[in-house]
Ligand binder design. Structure first.
Ligand code: ARG
Length: 593
């Protein structure tokens, strides 16, 4: 199974090799959807330059050697040397039937599966997850789902901030209020409030501050009792993360936790090894690395501090230990860090240091998947009126409440509990989708009304398209009684009976089928480029193609049973692709809407 552009590309490349020699086989055929045909190949211009001939002559030679039998019409030369070709409708029908019978919906199996470590979410213990963490969480989760769907081995790593100097004051505060107190409960419900209370005491109470500092030292020395209290503090925080993850329908579990603390025992060795290798040296009392290619003011080499003069380690040391662990122990062949854009320099310096140390061989790809900011209507980082960062849970609840209004208006006839369920899907789906449909490194404005709109590139628009197809199928089943039931079960359970092939004859059927064939290549591109917004854009195009099809090709009113069944099969395939694509983004779709 091949998407049309990929299938055409290989035929064109055969022609390049035949016409101009093997060395031209790999020339990019530059196949684009055409304005006057299905596809246009724009390679003649580039090849003409290389071969020193006129583009139209090159085009003619390509045509002479091109065999599109079984796929498309012989191409026509247009303008300066464009090659226009129209696909054979039978070929499209055959490919469409093939993806309908394939549980991967045409997604190619990777030639050699990668082991991909995805570092995402990574909130900080005893701190509220802010909207920035929303983005790293949903983008990372969509990538994990997509790579896994394609057959790669995915290792999720939730690099939570669970270590460092604030833990002295947090532990002392927990001891002060008592673990079973209402104040301690805040860790599970409103971690920022817990943190602020500890902070206030630290700033205002000298004795407390002294205790807190001493506690950091006992914690870092590995004192068992202190570690035990620390562990309980982290556990309470995990409850909070879990609530957010389950509300968001995110696949992260406790097994994926690999917080900063888990590298603690490796930090000294990490520093020593870098020092022994001559990569790290002491500068102004601190142990630093100066990775190649980074300069600060006055063109001076830029240091990355890995051990402070007091012996303490920092964020960078932990990431160096982590990257070594990921390659050496976890066997990563690709590592994706889904983290805010602000940390770009940090990761570049970490990657370069790890390369120099030989911990990140050339064969392993490391990428910082940069996450842009979520803005308020004023164009600044989203905050509450009082200026503090917004509580993620509040935002999610507001989304669901608003979505309840949308569904109440749309389907007042549905039972109360069903509307509540749908509101959850629309509200959470709407927020996640708005995030995922934006390129991960661009900023976007948080606007619930737009996110929950039934029109435009939104989750509710796609969810509505799915619900609509499901309703068509139910009505088709009702209309044809027992027969309909057979149609229904054939569509949902392919083992029951051989399903009818999707009908690809009329223009709108053909246009829809062409879109359906792009699902597999889109998923592959999302995984290769870490770009979930491509899946979102694709699903939106697909839903629009479906609306066009449904407008022109009646299903329920169609008299001819064979045509009706074929169209129903095409609608069913559309539903599968929409639902699967949405699922790769972590968005679910309701039965009715
Ligand atoms: N906890 C950090 C933050 O909130 C993000 C950690 C990202 N991952 C990493 N390996 N550094 O900014």
């Amino acid at each position: 199974m091949t998407a049309p552009d990929i299938a055409l590309a290989s035929r064109f490349q055969d022609a390049f090799a035949a016409a101009f020699g093997e060395e031209y086989r790999d020339a990019d055929p530059i196949i684009r959807p055409g304005r006057f045909s299905d596809f246009q190949c724009n390679a003649a211009m580039g090849l003409a330059k290389k071969l020193g001939q006129k583009p139209r002559d090159i085009a003619a030679q390509i045509v002479e050697h091109l065999d599109l039998t079984g796929i498309a019409s012989a191409p026509e030369i247009a303008g300066p040397g464009f090659l226009n070709t129209t696909l054979s409708t039978e070929w499209i029908a055959g490919e469409t039937a093939a993806i309908a019978a394939d549980e991967r919906l045409g997604a190619a199996v990777p030639a050699s599966p990668d082991t991909v470590v995805i570092d995402y979410s990574a909130p900080n213990v005893a701190k509220e997850m802010h909207v920035g963490h929303l983005r790293t969480t949903v983008v990372g989760d969509a990538l994990a789902r997509t790579l896994e769907f394609l057959g790669h081995r995915v290792i999720r790593q939730n690099h939570i901030g669970d270590w460092g100097t604030p833990f002295g004051m947090l532990i002392e505060h927990l001891l002060d209020v008592g673990e079973d107190s209402a104040d301690a409960k805040l860790l599970e419900t409103d971690p920022n409030a817990f943190y602020q209370a500890a902070r206030q005491k630290f700033d205002g109470d000298e004795a407390f501050a002294t205790r807190a500092r001493a506690r950091v030292a006992t914690l870092q020395s590995g004192d068992e009792q202190t570690l035990e209290i620390w562990g309980r503090l982290v556990d309470l925080s995990k409850q909070y993360f879990h609530r957010i993850y389950s509300t968001l329908d995110v696949t992260l579990t406790d097994n994926d936790l690999a917080g900063e603390s888990s590298y603690n025992d490796l930090l000294q060795q990490t520093c020593d090894d870098l020092k022994d290798a001559g990569i790290a040296r002491v500068s102004d009392g601190a142990l630093c690395v100066f990775p190649d290619g980074f300069t600060g003011r006055d063109e001076q080499p830029l240091p990355l501090i890995i051990q402070k003069s007091d012996g303490g380690f920092g964020y960078a040391t932990t990431d160096l230990a982590a990257i070594r662990h990921r390659v050496r122990t976890l066997g990563a062949t690709r590592i994706a860090y889904v983290v805010g854009t602000a940390q770009e320099l940090h990761f570049q310096m970490i990657f370069q240091t790890a390369r120099e140390a030989g911990w990140l061989p050339e064969s392993v790809d490391a990428q910082h998947v940069k996450i842009g900011s979520v803005l308020g209507e004023d164009g600044k980082i989203l905050r509450t009126r009082s200026g503090s960062s917004l509580r993620l849970m509040d935002l999610l609840q507001e989304g669901t409440a608003k979505a309840r209004g949308v569904i109440d208006e749309l389907r007042p006839d549905l039972p109360e509990d069903e509307r509540e369920q749908i509101a959850q899907m629309i509200g959470i789906g709407g927020i996640k989708y708005a995030d995922l449909s934006t390129a991960h490194d661009s900023d976007y404005t948080f606007d619930l009304d737009r996110m929950l709109a039934l029109q435009g590139n939104t989750a509710p628009y796609l969810q509505y398209a799915v619900a609509r197809i499901r309703s068509i199928r139910r009505r088709a089943a009702e209309a044809s009684g027992a027969d309909g039931a057979a149609v229904d079960s054939a569509a949902t359970d392919s083992a029951a009976a051989p399903a009818a092939a999707p009908r690809v004859v009329d223009d709108a059927e053909r246009a829809l089928a062409l879109q359906l064939l792009e699902f597999g290549p889109t998923a592959t591109a999302v995984a290769a480029d870490y770009a979930p917004h491509r899946m979102a854009a694709y699903l939106f195009d697909l839903a629009q193609a479906f609306m066009g099809f449904y407008e022109h090709c009646p299903i329920l009113k169609e008299e001819d049973a064979e045509v009706r069944t074929g169209r129903l099969a095409l609608a069913d395939l559309t539903e599968s692709v929409l639902v699967t694509g949405l699922d790769l983004l972590g968005v679910s779709a309701p039965e009715r809407m």
